[in-house]
Design a protein around this ligand. Structure first.
Ligand SMILES: [Fe+2]
Length: 455
């Protein structure tokens, strides 16, 4: 680091998780987050903290869900979780602030968190949202769930963004993305409304967010310029070889917008390190335990997209028809939205697979093992039939056949290029991204089919 530069770190959903009353039965990590997050609190978080410490940032900014909060905790655990994770940063000598997300417990948040953030910034904070100035530019930290048009936080945010000169870099940190192109309908409309109106007058240099647990660097056009969105996740499995985001998700990007790179949920958990010098800002994306994955120059003129100095190198292991004789085990993987129960029956090439575990919010990790009878039917053309007798509104996407071969490779077929939607979700998805409405295919949820071809 150059002596004249200012270094800041940004990290994302951490879901720091202490003990829960939930019984950790073998395999429960498919549908329960708790066993994953308890594992990550022990095996991943300390490593990230140590790596952040070695980068010696002047400040760390978290975009929320810094602790797990929520269900199955014994009395006192939620507050201890929040205080403990913040305490780890203070003990490591890392000044840190957090944009409150979905999971931090509301009742104790201000009392448990703001004194530490005040110490980090050297001034007393009164609210969960606040702004501050650094040699890199102005930061505004948003509490996304309470931001709504015309309210006190919206007035503060407008003032925080408009009261600095146009050439001062502006960094916003919020939990939810403003551009949510890889986990549809997982956005927060009141926040989007406030920010869209504000960005028409003052674009941020970078909008930092998390929430979806898939990561992406993207550029979004507004007027004669645009802004970069850095969406990250600090939870995931560091041992998984990262794949491009598009191998798991249909990207619903506006016409003039660009996704430079990204990874699906659970891959390359990490953080970003930014070095700011007068007139120059370079950010590096790190995977915890993996080193630097990418390096990016962010223009400060509000007009030019980021310049990729070092692109990440991903594996993209596509399951080919030629690999089929080597398949040892295979699964059907997919995402669904709007299904609260396990009521989506699946058949592959006519072979019943059972019912897909419910994934109400397009959550990752839902899968069904393929019986040998289904594996034997795999060919260049595969038909997946899905049906729910009880659901009238849902959507599904990202279906693929994943296989482990006898020579030890993990491979997967390409996902269909559309989302399959029923009921109110047809229009909701089209409205979320009008430029990509052809990627929303209406279906009858009582029974519909899709092709899963192999090259
Ligand atoms: Fe989260």
């Amino acid at each position: 680091m150059n002596r004249s530069s200012y270094r800041f770190a940004v990290f994302f959903d951490t879901h720091y998780c202490l003990e829960r009353t939930l019984e950790l039965v073998p395999g429960c990590a498919e549908t329960s987050d708790i066993p994953r997050y308890q594992w990550m609190a022990r095996c991943l978080f300390p490593r990230m903290l140590e790596e952040l410490r070695t980068h010696r940032p002047h400040l760390c900014v978290c975009t929320g869900d810094i602790c797990e909060g929520g269900a199955h905790a014994s009395p006192g655990v939620l507050e201890r979780e929040l205080r403990e994770v913040i305490g780890h940063f203070e003990q490591a000598g890392l000044p840190m602030v957090n944009a409150r997300g979905t999971h931090e417990p509301g009742g104790v948040y201000a009392a448990a968190a703001l004194p530490a953030f005040s110490r980090a910034l050297g001034r007393k904070l009164e609210r969960n949202w606040f702004h501050f100035d650094t040699p890199a530019g102005r930061f505004a930290v948003i509490e996304y769930l309470t931001l709504a048009p015309g309210n006190e936080q919206a007035t503060w945010l407008e003032d925080a963004c408009l009261s600095i000169p146009a050439d001062t870099p502006l960094f916003l940190a919020a939990h939810a993305p403003i551009a949510n192109f890889a986990r549809p309908l997982f956005s927060h409309r009141p926040m989007q409304t406030v920010l869209a109106s504000l960005f028409a007058r003052r674009r941020p240099t970078i909008f930092f967010c998390g929430h979806t647990h898939n990561q992406a660097l993207s550029w979004h056009r507004v007027g004669d310029g645009g802004f970069a969105q850095v969406k990250g996740s600090s939870v995931g499995f560091p041992g998984v070889r990262p794949e491009p985001l598009s191998t798991r998700h249909v990207l619903l990007l506006e016409e003039a917008d660009t996704c430079f790179f990204g990874v699906p949920e659970d891959q390359a958990p990490g953080y970003w390190i930014f070095d700011a010098e007068p007139g120059r800002l370079v950010g590096s994306w790190y995977g915890t335990g993996r080193g630097r994955l990418a390096r990016v120059h962010f223009a400060l003129d509000g007009k030019s997209p980021p310049e990729i100095l070092e692109a990440p190198v991903f594996g993209s292991p596509e399951l080919l028809a030629a690999d089929l004789p080597l398949v040892r085990t295979a699964t059907l993987e997919m995402f669904t939205y709007g299904l609260e129960n396990d009521d989506l029956a699946c058949r592959l090439n006519g072979v019943p697979l059972g019912r897909l575990p419910a994934g109400g919010g397009f959550a990752a990790r839902r899968f069904l093992p393929l019986p040998k009878a289904a594996v034997r039917t795999l060919s260049t053309r595969n038909e997946l039939w899905l049906g729910s007798p009880t659901t009238s509104a849902m959507f599904a996407g990202g279906a693929r056949i994943a296989a482990i071969t006898y020579d030890g490779r993990t491979l997967a077929s390409r996902i269909p290029p559309v989302l399959f939607a029923a009921g109110r979700f047809v229009e909701a998805l089209r409205a979320a991204c009008p430029a990509r409405s052809e990627r929303i295919q209406p279906v009858d949820p009582r029974g519909f089919s899709m092709e899963l071809p192999l090259a």
